[in-house]
Ligand binder design. Structure first.
Ligand code: UGA
Length: 447
């Protein structure tokens, strides 16, 4: 592969990561083929329709489907004869019945791609993988690729956040590439020349470091959230204000204020499974104690959900049967329709299991939540959710919920009782209006 000749980029896997990467590569001027084994997904993407919610992405996909720069296919042979650089962006979910990463899709995609490639090319892994994967896959690629064709492998982890996927991909805060060969690094410098022109930090390293950077970043973020949530348990016991505490330590630039929002904790398709997979992988390496603290982070995180359920029981005098509870937000965070490992959905299900009449409203998440838990009561508006509610529980901080005032709800609810499980509303305002109002990290007494 020569520098300066990259025109055709393929992206294998068209989920959050792949669809975003494909559209953004087209935006940077490349011809892009998005590849997936799911023909339905390919059909809808080819029509410019996105099967999930991500701000700005449908527009970008439509723009480049229309311009002809972005196409989608299920045909790997076509891709193999066409692409200069192939990104692998398939999922690595948590193993069913285990805590490690399920590598089935990455392994299969890499093997089939290597077999299909019929011109010199670079395969670039973007999926989040256990350390050691890239080295193993590089050997696999060498074994499987056709004779006389030079195919090599690099690792280039992705740090995009759902809700900001396009922005994070087009304007990353750093680029990390693990390669075995300087020529491969040069190809990636070419691919990312636009970002490099803006002085985006470029970290060129070996396979293992590149893989570890990704899991270290997510483990650190999870730890930050659980750290503040552990202090929530303390302030719930002795008093104090968790938000003020976070603000105060956050002013120290060595600590920083971001990811110190105490609340019902982290969920989603990345942080929870990544900290579990990291512990599992490190255990396999014989380092049984090294990442054990992450287990504690996981436990702290899950205890926050218990705390919300306990508060609901306390407020409703331990009798949830038949009580109407509005659950506001079942996506794992705002600006997403993703309900994977969602704290809000978990809380809703547990309240429902205790006999409550749960009315769930999420601006984007109802459909996905209903697929997983069809028996919860889903409603189409905030007003419907809170009407006749004995308790309102805010579990995802959508703007629509952050803007709520007591006056909005008072004409609708049956009882003025609220749990703000994301600590985004003003306790004094709600308490001042006569509400029983609970937040995480605060003492809650039945005044
Ligand atoms: C996370 C990382 O932030 C991305 O950098 C990474 O690329 C991505 O995982 C991935 O591995 O693909 P994401 O899962 O989109 O991104 O969500 P985050 O914005 O990290 O939020 C994760 C969870 O933490 C959410 O449930 C959120 O509500 C919670 N959170 C976040 C808190 O409880 N408190 C905070 O202060 C911040």
């Amino acid at each position: 592969m020569m520098r300066g000749v990259i025109e055709n980029i393929s992206v294998i896997g068209t989920g959050y990561l792949g669809a975003t990467h494909a559209a953004c590569m087209a935006e940077l001027g490349y011809n892009v083929l998005g590849v997936d084994i799911d023909p339905e997904k390919i059909d809808s993407l080819s029509r410019g329709e996105l099967p999930f919610h991500e701000p700005g992405l449908p527009e970008l996909i439509r723009k480049h489907v229309d311009s002809g720069r972005l196409r989608f296919t299920t045909d790997l042979e076509e891709v193999g004869a066409w692409g200069d650089v192939h990104f692998i962006a398939v999922g690595t979910p948590q193993q069913a019945g285990g805590t490690g990463a399920d590598m089935t899709f990455v392994n299969a995609a890499t093997r089939s791609l290597a077999r299909a490639i019929s011109k010199d090319a670079l395969i670039v892994g973007k999926s989040t993988v256990p350390v050691g994967t890239a080295r193993r896959l590089a050997a696999l690629v060498e074994e499987e690729s056709a004779e006389g064709v030079r195919v090599s492998l690099a690792w280039n982890p992705e740090f995009l956040r759902e809700g900001f996927a396009v922005e994070d991909t087009l304007r990353p805060d750093r680029l990390v590439v693990g390669t075995a060969d300087e020529a491969d690094e040069a190809v990636l410098r070419d691919v990312y020349s636009e970002a490099l022109g803006r002085d985006t930090p470029w970290i060129a390293t070996d396979f293992e470091t590149a893989e570890l950077v990704k899991v270290a970043a997510n483990a650190f973020l999870a730890t930050k959230i659980s750290f503040i949530n552990a202090f929530s348990e303390v302030t719930e016991a002795v008093g104090g204000n968790i938000t003020t505490l976070a603000d105060a330590i956050g002013h120290d630039t060595r600590i920083g204020r971001k990811f110190l929002n105490a609340g019902v904790g982290f969920g989603g398709g990345c942080l929870p499974k990544d900290i579990r997979a990291l512990q599992t992988r490190v255990g396999e390496l014989g380092l049984d104690h090294t990442m054990r603290f992450l287990d504690e982070m996981d436990q702290i995180n899950l205890r926050r959900r218990d705390r919300v359920v306990n508060l609901a029981e306390q407020i409703l005098d331990s009798d949830l049967a038949g009580k109407r509870i509005a659950v506001l937000g079942v996506t794992f965070k705002p600006l997403s329709d993703d309900v994977r490992d969602s704290p809000g959905l978990d809380v809703a299900v547990r309240l429902f299991s205790s006999g409550a009449d749960v009315a769930v409203y999420d601006p984007e998440g109802n459909r996905n939540a209903a697929k997983r838990f069809p028996r919860l009561g889903y409603v189409d508006s905030l007003t419907e959710a809170v009407t006749d509610a004995d308790l309102v529980v805010l579990t995802t901080e959508w703007n629509e919920f952050k803007a709520l005032t007591p006056a909005d709800l008072e004409p609708l609810v049956a009882q003025k009782q609220f749990i703000d499980a994301r600590n985004v509303l003003s306790a004094s305002q709600w308490e001042g209006s006569g509400w029983r109002f609970a937040q995480l990290g605060r003492i809650f007494t039945d005044a």
